[in-house]
Design a binder for this molecule. Structure first.
Ligand SMILES: CCCCCCCC/C=C\CCCCCCCC(=O)SCCNC(=O)CCNC(=O)[C@H](O)C(C)(C)COP(=O)(O)OP(=O)(O)OC[C@H]1O[C@@H](n2cnc3c(N)ncnc32)[C@H](O)[C@@H]1OP(=O)(O)O
Length: 220
């Protein structure tokens, strides 16, 4: 991917720019089920106390599956195109670490538009632990960054985070429903100013602001 500094056009068809694009509605249910199962597997592995024979057998099984599933991978940068009930469409990377529908390591954060905001409800399991029982600060920032990027994309133009500022106001708990919301607060030339916060039971645990810079996209 290359970026340039020319005036930025609205995002059109990324497949015309050489990206591999899949439609969200055409992702097989079997893939989404597998992703969910693997998500559960990773969580189970992180907490297991099984005996060594079980661990060794599981490692063999997983190695065989990895070989089978890794035989013909999609290209890095594969995009997923989604059309929402209100008719707006959006692109994201299929394996985005925070929101990618095919990434078992993504919580996933499923941001939907709600008026002038993007918003998601998410519960993070023990895989996202930093301090005991609390969400890792890097992951708090990742949730905010994703929401801020998604809010910026409401302009219809792609952008990258140039600056991200995070304030951790309260501990963010593991295993509890969190609400993540973000919106655009201003624009200036190619800069899009955005703000976001994470709430637990209505209380802000973290808030962030970002300067997103709109970029032209081409596949190199
Ligand atoms: C392109 C891909 C998109 C594909 C399409 C898919 C759509 C998907 C949609 C929705 C999904 C949402 C997914 C969100 C995921 C979360 C977001 C991320 O994780 S992004 C990854 C982390 N970020 C980077 O890797 C950026 C690395 N940095 C850069 O590439 C450059 O520095 C860049 C593009 C940010 C700016 O470089 P310049 O050369 O294009 O522009 P200059 O001239 O330097 O700056 C332009 C304006 O921005 C200000 N600016 C630049 N850097 C700034 C900074 N750090 N702080 C404040 N202002 C800054 C400058 O002062 C200038 O402002 P003045 O117009 O003159 O007033």
């Amino acid at each position: 991917m290359t970026v340039d500094a020319q005036p930025i056009a609205k995002l059109s068809d990324l497949s015309d720019l050489g990206f591999a694009v899949v439609e969200h509605s055409e992702l097989p249910a079997e893939l989404l089920d597998l992703v969910d199962q693997v998500r559960g597997l990773v969580h189970a592995v992180a907490r297991t106390q099984a005996d060594t024979a079980v661990l060794a057998g599981a490692a063999r099984t997983v190695a065989a599956l990895t070989e089978q599933l890794g035989a013909d991978p999609r290209p890095l940068g594969t995009m997923v195109h989604r059309t929402w009930p209100d008719g707006h469409t959006e692109y994201g990377t299929l394996s985005n670490i925070v929101a990618g529908p095919a990434n078992p390591l993504a919580p996933p954060l499923e941001l939907v538009r709600d008026g002038e905001e993007v918003r998601a409800e998410v519960t993070l399991n023990g895989l996202y632990e930093g301090p005991p029982g609390l969400v890792h600060g890097g992951w708090v920032a990742a949730l905010l960054d994703q929401a801020l990027g998604s809010a910026s994309s409401m302009t219809g133009r792609p952008s990258l985070t140039a600056n991200l500022d995070v304030n951790y106001r309260k501990p963010t708990p593991i295993g509890a429903e969190l609400t993540v919301a973000a919106r655009i607060t201003g624009t200036e030339r190619r800069k899009v100013f955005v703000s976001a916060e994470i709430r637990h039971h209505g209380v802000v645990t973290a808030e962030g602001t970002a300067v997103m810079v709109q970029v032209a996209v081409s596949r190199s």
